[in-house]
Design a protein around this ligand. Structure first.
Ligand code: PEP
Ligand code: MN
Length: 337
């Protein structure tokens, strides 16, 4: 950690800062320039976390050198993590596509959708049973019945399933049914929920919060990892910006930045980013080009009558066409789809 001191301060003030650092158990390296003094604190920076160095008299700024996230960082683990979900390897050379409706609505529509996305090459089925809706008057999902229908679709197609967990009290129930637990954008910083899924030991797909920085995103992943579960897939799903033409702004640069920072696989959800089905294909192809390990795409057999997010859902035929187009992009960047 580097501590820059203010101009023209007394030796007594400098000594006070040095004393604080030393009592925390770190060594000190003092560099006295013409104008100001800089202190290098050498050792475990986390020991200084509670010392509020910024607030000490004479301190101008404090710059940590270590990353605040550890277990999920590339510094901690150089090789990219590969997560095995019922034989589907996530984070390997093969790209994986998660597809399905925004929410589970009925047995027939779900199984039909599952069959069609499977035929097109998707390897994991999505479907919300507990929906995080902005309005309490909108369709909230089928709850446990929705999970049961997902289990039936899995039985019919063999596709592993993913669904969103919103309440820590449903963790056990969710674990009974799903292969991947989804933590939605709105709960990215629900720290108790994160710790709960950390303990559950199931693969987790963590979505980026609507206004979360990448550092905050990684700290949320660290919460899960801190409980002993490092099977985490990060999913960029668009962030809130001043732009209103799209539902959210897809932050494509998140992929290469996160690839540098973490060993965890990175997915892109072009559906919630765009909010409109006709933007899903270009964004999905771009996601592969920038190095995403996979995609989550909303597909509905009858988008016009969908109970949730119909406007951004692809019909199965369009999804199949997109899969073919994505294969070409994947090949161009040395991945398989
Ligand atoms: C979803 O994938 O169903 C969903 C609600 O997404 P997000 O949390 O990204 O809004
Ligand atoms: Mn949705």
């Amino acid at each position: 950690m580097i501590i820059v001191l203010k101009k023209d301060i007394t030796q007594e003030t400098i000594d006070h800062v040095v004393e604080k650092i030393k009592t925390a158990g770190l060594a000190v390296h003092i560099s006295k320039g013409k104008e100001r003094t800089i202190i290098g604190a050498i050792g475990d920076e986390s020991l200084l976390a509670s010392k509020a160095l910024e607030a000490l008299p004479g301190v101008e700024s404090v710059m940590p050198i270590m990353k605040p996230y550890k277990l999920v960082s590339r510094e901690f683990q150089k090789e990219s993590s590969v997560i095995d979900v019922g034989g589907v390897k996530i984070g390997d050379t093969d790209l994986q596509v998660i597809a399905g409706p925004c929410s589970v609505e009925s047995r027939d529509s779900l199984v039909e959708c599952a069959r069609q996305v499977k035929a097109a090459g998707a390897r994991i089925l999505r479907g919300g049973a507990f929906k995080p809706r902005t309005s309490p008057y909108d369709f909230q999902g089928l709850g446990t019945d929705g999970l049961k229908l997902l289990a039936e679709a899995k039985k019919e197609t063999g596709l592993p399933i993913i669904s969103e967990l919103m309440d820590p009290r449903d963790t056990e129930l969710m674990c009974e049914y799903v292969d991947i637990i989804q933590i939605g954008a709105r709960n990215m910083q629900n720290f108790r929920l994160l710790m709960e899924v950390g303990k559950a030991g199931k693969p987790v797909l963590l979505k980026r919060g609507l206004s979360a920085t990448l550092k905050e995103f990684l700290m949320s992943a660290e919460y899960i990892a801190s409980q002993g579960n490092s099977q985490i897939i990060l999913c960029e799903r668009g962030i809130r910006t001043f732009e209103t033409a799209t539902r959210n702004t897809l932050d494509l640069s998140a992929v290469p930045v996160l690839k540098e920072e973490t060993h965890l696989p990175i997915f892109i959800d072009p559906s919630h980013s765009a909010g409109r089905w006709n933007l899903v294909a270009p964004l999905a192809k771009a996601a592969i080009a920038v190095g995403a390990d996979g995609l989550m795409i909303e597909v509905h057999t009858d988008p016009e009558n969908a109970l949730c997010d119909g406007a951004q859902s692809l019909k199965p035929t369009k999804f199949a066409r997109l899969m073919d187009e994505m294969k070409k992009v994947a090949t161009a960047v040395g991945r398989n789809l």
